[in-house]
Design a protein around this ligand. Structure first.
Ligand SMILES: Cc1cc2nc3c(=O)[nH]c(=O)nc-3n(C[C@H](O)[C@H](O)[C@H](O)COP(=O)(O)OP(=O)(O)OC[C@H]3O[C@@H](n4cnc5c(N)ncnc54)[C@H](O)[C@@H]3O)c2cc1C
Length: 373
């Protein structure tokens, strides 16, 4: 088998037609769930890849003639040969094992139609430009799954993955002895679902648990409702059930970005949507179209110069600080007032609000200053 592997890789292009019909390398992705690629069981992972290889090659019997199946075959034999099988076709496939990194942008939370509110190029670290990683151009719309791919690649490339501990939940943080450092208690959930506890000592502690890890469910009586009730955090996992043929109408509570994404998703899927926003909050988020004529993104025309239109304690003693915001220059005060009332009016009547009736527009504008219109 190993000799065959050497031969195929040495004559990859001549042998291509015996294995696949595509050119170059096709990506085969195995979702490893919440487990770090470094803690995953490689036997299980390799077997999942061989199933995917079988689905993507021309020979329907490739797997059965490559993998041993004798009465004396052990699972170690199968694991070793599956790895050799992967090596044999590595000129035709890229093998990607994806874990549970990403928080809001983890694979489990992404679904078709979930997009970032900033385009490609406004969302990446300067030491790894996003276009080359996700195969999109600067200023393209950025699907959530591409943010996930990017974060994963960043963590892989800069060796952050091996420093991560996946499937751990911090349950308690205490001061270390003599008030120095911290002791962090965590629970780990194994593949068998069993939990074990572990403690970590550290000198410094950074808490980066996000604002959006714990779903906030409204206090609504649900006992009588027999349909599907989910939080937007779980749309990625329950996407098919939500958009199933048996679902005709969907009620969506909330006015933030995830509600807007969910409304859009359900409308696009042809569902009747009831959008319910509490009158005790601030109403829905502001929405505006970032695309200008000919597809340009508004961000392409905005640089640091835009900061002169906002008052800042860091630029009180600059030309624009004095001109626009000191109140001592009548022309400057008048100009900045005009600029903002024009921008406010344009935002509220243009873009997504342009074709709405006044009544619908009133409902969908953020609450503050609604009466200005
Ligand atoms: C639906 C939605 C859409 C968004 N869209 C955008 C957008 O388009 N653009 C934008 O800039 N921002 C957006 N945001 C804001 C978003 O929160 C940030 O982009 C970003 O993901 C926040 O990163 P974070 O690392 O602070 O938190 P998170 O991404 O929430 O990550 C927190 C991590 O901490 C983990 N964690 C929590 N508690 C514990 C614990 N006790 N022990 C161990 N781990 C724990 C969580 O599991 C999670 O992995 C959006 C948010 C939501 C909810």
């Amino acid at each position: 088998m190993v000799q065959f592997n050497f031969y195929v890789n040495g004559h990859a292009e001549e042998m291509r037609r015996f294995f696949v019909t595509h050119e170059g390398k096709k990506e085969l992705v195995v979702d490893t769930g919440l487990v770090s690629p470094l803690s995953v069981d490689f036997g299980t992972l390799a077997r999942a890849f061989t199933d995917l290889i079988q689905k993507n090659v021309t020979d329907p019997d490739l797997k059965s003639w490559m993998l041993p199946n004798f009465s004396t075959t052990t699972s170690e034999d199968v694991t070793t040969t599956t790895v050799v099988m992967m090596a044999t076709v590595k000129s035709y496939f890229e093998f990607i094992g994806r874990g549970g990194l990403g928080g809001v942008w983890s694979k489990a939370r992404c679904y078709p139609g979930f997009i970032a509110d900033g385009p490609v190029g406004l969302f990446d670290f300067s030491d790894l430009p996003m276009p080359g990683v996700v195969g999109l151009k600067d200023w393209d719309e950025l699907p959530g799954i591409k943010v996930h791919e990017y974060l994963h690649e960043y963590a892989r490339k800069f060796h952050l993955l091996e420093r991560c501990k996946f499937r751990y939940r911090v349950t308690n943080v205490r001061r270390g002895a003599l008030e120095k450092g911290w002791i962090v208690d965590a629970e780990n959930t194994g593949d068998d679902g069993n939990q074990t506890s572990q403690t970590f000592d550290c000198d410094k502690l950074i808490v980066a648990t996000g604002n959006f890890s714990n779903p906030k469910l409204p206090d609504v009586a649900m006992a009588e409702f027999k349909g599907l009730a989910i939080h937007t955090k779980n749309i990625g996992q329950q996407y098919e059930a939500l958009l199933g043929a048996d679902i005709e109408s969907v009620a969506i509570y909330g006015g933030g970005k995830s509600a807007i994404d969910a409304v859009n998703l359900c409308i696009e899927a042809g569902k009747k949507v009831h959008w319910i926003i509490s009158d005790k909050g601030n109403g829905p988020n502001m929405m505006f179209s970032t695309r200008l004529k000919w597809g340009y993104h508004v961000g392409q025309f905005v640089g640091r110069w835009k900061d002169v239109f906002s008052v800042s304690i860091f630029s009180i003693d600059t030309f624009f600080g004095r001109f626009f915001y000191s109140g001592k220059n009548k022309l400057g005060t008048w100009l900045i007032g005009k600029f903002w009332s024009f921008a406010t009016k344009k935002t509220k009547t243009g873009g997504l609000y342009a074709d709405m009736t006044d009544e619908n527009r009133q409902k969908l504008l953020p609450e503050s200053n609604r009466q200005v219109l």
